[in-house]
Design a protein around this ligand. Structure first.
Ligand code: ZN
Length: 211
């Protein structure tokens, strides 16, 4: 069966995404310092076309746009030994059938010839979105495998308040990471880019809305 290739942003017939949509994507610029991260970078401001890209990544077309995104993301990778990702909750992964951050991490690792490893486990069971306020205030929680002295690239799809990625980075530092760089497809200074500093002893974050 012939399936037409369409742009995941606008739906026009094109290689994904189309040139017009690529041109509409606005750079995320320099991100503010994030607790627990030595460096943090994102490709696009989370708006319009970039928001559509992230939605496509989560719900449709993920495998088709990941290689394209990985090529762009690879240009932002610094001096690291290994690539990992901030896992989504087990429930969300079951609902979608995959973890988009894992797909991105694997593709970036391939692109940069870096090993990709499962280093983090998500301990909170419910997604941040759709939780009540009290549950959300508990924040994401992670445990990490020992990573003595490694320089780690930590990949996620979107950074909003930065709490998820900072909490994941805190867990990696607590088990011996020498360096943790954050990398995401999109960044939004949601809620005035508030970032609370997660304590390295608990690896428990506080994030109002999501990633
Ligand atoms: Zn398009």
């Amino acid at each position: 069966m012939f399936l037409p290739v369409t742009c995941p942003v606008c739906g026009s017939l094109a290689d994904a995404p189309c040139e017009q949509c690529i041109a509409s994507l606005r750079s995320a610029g320099h991100l503010p310092p994030m607790p627990q991260l030595d460096r943090c970078a994102a490709l696009y401001a989370y708006e319009g076309g970039a928001a559509a890209l992230v939605t496509a990544l989560k719900y449709r077309n993920a495998r088709r746009i990941v290689p394209w995104l990985a090529r762009e993301l690879a240009s932002l990778v610094g001096d690291v030994d290994i690539v990992t990702w901030a896992p989504t909750t087990p429930r969300r992964r079951r609902e979608r059938g995959f973890d988009q951050a894992r797909l991105l991490a694997a593709a970036v690792g391939r692109r940069r010839h870096l090993p990709v490893r499962t280093l983090l486990r998500r301990l909170d069971t419910h997604p941040q979105t759709g939780r009540n306020r009290r549950e959300r205030l508990d924040g994401p929680r992670f445990s990490a495998r020992p990573v003595d002295g490694w320089k780690i690239l930590l990949v996620d799809d979107v950074i909003t308040t930065g709490v998820t990625i900072s909490t994941a980075a805190a867990a990696l530092r607590a088990v011996g990471a020498a360096r943790v760089d954050g990398l995401a497809v999109a960044y939004t200074a949601h809620d005035g880019c508030r970032t609370s500093a997660p304590g390295s002893a608990t690896h428990r974050g506080h994030e109002p809305v999501g990633g």
